[in-house]
Design a protein around this ligand. Structure first.
Ligand code: LLP
Length: 440
């Protein structure tokens, strides 16, 4: 569900974000630009909190999916904590006004400086991914004479049935500690006085379109918790990670209540007995809350193919090129006959043409869609690339010296630029004054 919808204006179907026409946003902000809907973000967060109410979870927004300060501030004001994986993300969370005491910190490669920064800030929970990392956090906490809380990221060996690049809960990935080693981990470190081992963390992949992998991994985790309890270790926190789906193409994505209906019964009694639940949603909150607007620069034919060459490319939205991910794309204004059905992966309307939607980058892998049925498009048309709010801007790069795009937030008919479009000066800002460190 989102607040990007087509309405009839004259003979055309016109896309608006909340009450603002996309064309108007593009005119004021320029293209390419990411446009987010405040109402969608708020609604998603509220629905998630409502669906999981029985578990009273701390909802830590996975900031890696969309780190814009205004977006994080908005979610923080709704009560969200943040899931971070670097010192930079912790910095971002705090800059958005979210205290470290509502942040959880995962990631396989935390540096000494990052650990010290998190300890100084008063982090809520480290999600620890290896024995060496635990020892390092304990060493740094001891040297600082502070106490911190940790959860062991357990790899439950559950197949999330998603892209192999974003599958994290199988044994062969670099994440977490094999579930068989978890008990040994608690025996070795579970009584550390500076680094309290209080929880289990799971994050098996993203996106996960069925509930079974969650059920399977939660069952494995609760069995482990019972076995640990029998050995005298109390697990007071269970972090379920993220991975809930977003509506990229169909309505096959489970609703938030479908996920909750499968998960809540497994944990409700434990929560009543004092267990703290953490969720780390990213995509499910922001993906459908953002679109990428891009202008068609040129139409071109080559062999049998028709290309729409746009001002956005893989530098702005990497997902199609990197994961062959599908994003629904449609002109922001189109004759009524082509009013889109965003639920249909391929629309069956006479007159559509097959188009490769590509960017300006010098790589053949620079595409946003291949062989996509679209209404006849022409130079100057505005295209909307949907469900781009998660891992869109967050993975954008300056490849080919393309400045990063602007980001804008719509609230009703109010439009705010929440990240200015970069300028050429920004591209070279860190290279202006070479600093000699060794002269040889
Ligand atoms: N928690 C942890 C520890 C994670 O590693 C992730 C995502 C999340 C939570 C949030 O997952 P979400 O709810 O957003 O599915 N770039 C890829 C996605 C990579 C996800 C990495 N970890 C993409 O564009 O699909």
């Amino acid at each position: 569900m989102d607040h990007f919808a087509y309405s009839t204006v004259g003979g055309n179907a016109v896309l608006s974000c909340e009450r603002l026409p996309a064309e108007e946003v593009a005119r004021l902000v320029g293209t390419p630009c990411y446009v987010y809907s405040k109402a969608t973000l708020t609604e998603h967060f509220t629905k998630l909190a409502e669906a999981f109410k029985a578990l009273d979870p701390l909802i830590c927004f996975s900031i890696k999916s969309c780190g814009n300060l205004s977006i994080c501030r908005l979610l923080g004001e709704l009560g969200a904590g943040m899931d971070v994986v670097s010192g930079g993300e912790l910095y971002r969370a705090m800059a958005a006004g979210v205290p470290a005491s509502r942040c959880v910190y995962a990631g396989v490669g935390k540096t000494d400086e990052e650990i010290a920064q998190a300890l100084d800030a008063g982090l809520y929970l480290f999600n620890v991914e290896s024995e060496e990392e635990f020892e390092n956090i304990a060493r740094i906490a001891k040297a600082k004479n502070v106490v911190c809380k940790t959860a062991l990221r357990v790899n439950p060996d559950v197949d999330p049935r998603t892209h192999r690049y974003t599958s994290t809960g199988k044994k062969e990935t670099k994440f977490g500690v094999d579930i068989e080693r978890a008990k040994e981990f608690f025996r070795r470190y579970g009584r550390d006085s500076h680094c309290k081992l209080v929880g289990i963390h799971l994050h098996i992949g993203s996106p996960i379109y069925t509930t079974d992998p969650y059920v399977e991994s939660v069952r494995k985790a609760t069995t482990l918790m019972d076995e640990l309890a029998a050995e005298g270790f109390t697990v007071s926190t269970l972090d379920l990670g993220g991975g809930f789906g977003a509506d990229y193409e169909t309505d096959q994505t489970p609703t938030l209540s479908t996920y909750a209906d499968a998960i809540v019964p497994l944990l409700a009694a434990r929560v009543k007995a004092g267990l703290r639940i953490i969720l780390e949603p990213g995509r499910t909150l922001v993906a459908n809350a953002g679109v990428l607007l891009t202008r068609v620069l040129y139409m071109k034919r080559s062999g049998d193919k028709t290309f729409a060459i746009c001002d956005a490319g893989m530098n702005d939205l990497l997902r199609p090129s990197h994961y062959h991910a599908f994003h629904f794309i449609w002109p922001a204004e189109t004759p009524l006959a082509f009013r889109p059905d965003r639920r249909a992966k391929e629309m069956q309307v006479p007159g559509l043409i097959s188009v490769d939607v590509v960017g300006p980058i010098c790589e053949s892998g620079d595409f946003l869609a291949l062989d996509r049925p679209l209404p006849p498009v022409k130079r100057g048309d505005l295209l909307a690339i949907f469900t781009a709010g998660a891992y869109g801007m967050a993975m954008a790069s300056r490849y080919n010296a393309q400045p990063l795009p602007a980001e804008a937030l719509v609230d009703g008919s109010k439009l705010t630029v929440i990240r200015a479009r970069e300028r050429y000066e920004d591209l070279v800002a860190h290279e202006r004054s070479p600093i000699a460190l060794a002269t040889g």
